[in-house]
Design a protein. Structure first.
Length: 373
């Protein structure tokens, strides 16, 4: 049995002053107070591994380019070295055949026990064309019966779908939710009444709040107003200081708090890699000033990892380290309904752990009890 001890341990909910973790077969078997003599004593803050629900790529590869087990392995390893021990591999809008291939790749990888892979996020193609962002317009379409037959199935891993009211109905959402799919609303200019209908049907979140959404106006609250006002809904936030102004991000935190605001990376291939550009559906995307943009200047995902997002939360939002880590760990795990195993340090949870400095720099990482960094 592995025993790890630290003077500061964040469980996902509370900060402990001195505790020892007992790890057996990749699972946390118990927690005891104090630093046990036979334990490995760590210098820093020991916390649950981070959980990212929106990861398009990393390590120099993009999931859309090749939705294979090899791509998933590269992505998970790249993010794990950055403290993100659970990712939702994200496929942005593409052909139906590519969606089927992505489902197969994630199914095989999860079945084989790939470390760091949590599940699949399908971001589109059921999105509003005027609010498509960098998504290729030729792929956008309404959610149809063939899509539902493909997606709305019970699977042994979390599946998340981002869609817009312009392209999907409350009946569609009900069918997806009945199959265990987490439904998030994004890339929309729909009025709040149409969005509320999807929430009533079972949608529970908003994808990258503020981005690819109609602006909030006094008489037109839209997706942003509803996301801020609805205390039940989760909202993802790309906190790189580029996608969302820090003042807007602080307003979101004031409305949602650490229990409903979810940090996401929207990471692209450049994260955890040395390349300064990438190709997206035949278009060159370049990294400059911390932002990934097309030639026309459109933001194309983010050059951001979740550890950096957590550090930015402390600087930009003025939150505590515990609040920042919750938004990057337990809160996204709760959004996906996997919080008994992920995002927390408690008996029965996976031993996915990160040792942080006081500034939340990543020092050491364990995945399923095995140290990888």
């Amino acid at each position: 049995m592995l025993k790890l001890a630290a003077t500061r341990v964040f469980t996902g909910e509370v900060m402990l002053a001195g505790a020892t973790l007992h790890i057996d077969a990749g699972v946390i078997a118990g927690i005891s107070s104090g630093l046990e003599a036979e334990a490995t004593v760590l210098d820093g803050l020991l916390a649950p591994g981070l959980v990212d629900v929106q990861v398009n790529g990393g390590g120099g590869v993009l999931f859309n380019d090749a939705p294979t087990t090899d791509t998933l392995s590269i992505m998970t390893q790249a993010h794990a070295r950055l403290g993100v021990t659970s990712i939702m591999a994200t496929l942005i809008s593409d052909e139906r055949s590519k969606i089927a291939t992505a489902i197969d790749a994630v199914t095989r990888s999860v079945s084989d026990g790939m470390p760091g892979l949590l599940g699949l996020h399908l971001e589109g193609p059921w999105l509003s064309a005027p609010r498509r962002g960098v998504h290729a317009e030729r792929f956008l379409r309404a959610l149809d019966q063939e899509d539902l037959n493909l997606i709305a199935q019970k699977r042994p891993f979390p599946v998340m779908v981002t869609l817009s009211p312009e392209q999907a109905s409350p009946q569609d959402v009900r069918r997806l939710v009945a199959a265990g799919v987490t439904v998030s609303i994004g890339h929309t200019a729909a009025p709040h009444e149409d969005i509320e209908a999807l929430l009533s049907a079972g949608a529970t979140g908003f994808t990258h709040l503020f981005n690819a959404m109609a602006p909030l106006e006094g008489r037109r609250p839209g997706a942003i107003g509803l996301a801020l006002a609805d205390r039940r809904a989760w909202a993802g936030l790309i906190l790189d200081g580029i996608h969302v102004h820090p003042l807007s991000a602080r307003a979101a935190f004031a409305a949602k708090g650490a229990m409903r605001l979810t940090l996401v990376s929207d990471a692209m291939a450049t994260v955890g890699a040395t390349n300064a550009s990438m190709n997206l559906f035949g278009e060159t995307v370049s990294l400059a000033g911390g932002a990934l943009r097309t030639v026309s200047g459109t933001l194309a995902g983010a050059h951001l990892d979740l550890g950096l997002a957590a550090r930015n939360a402390m600087k930009m939002l003025g939150v505590t380290d515990a609040e920042a880590l919750r938004m990057a760990g337990l809160t996204p795990a709760e959004f996906l309904g996997v919080d008994t195993k992920y995002g927390r340090i408690s008996p029965g949870a996976h031993a996915n752990l990160v040792l942080f400095s006081d500034a939340l720099d990543v020092k050491r990482v364990w995945v399923a009890g095995e140290e990888i960094l």
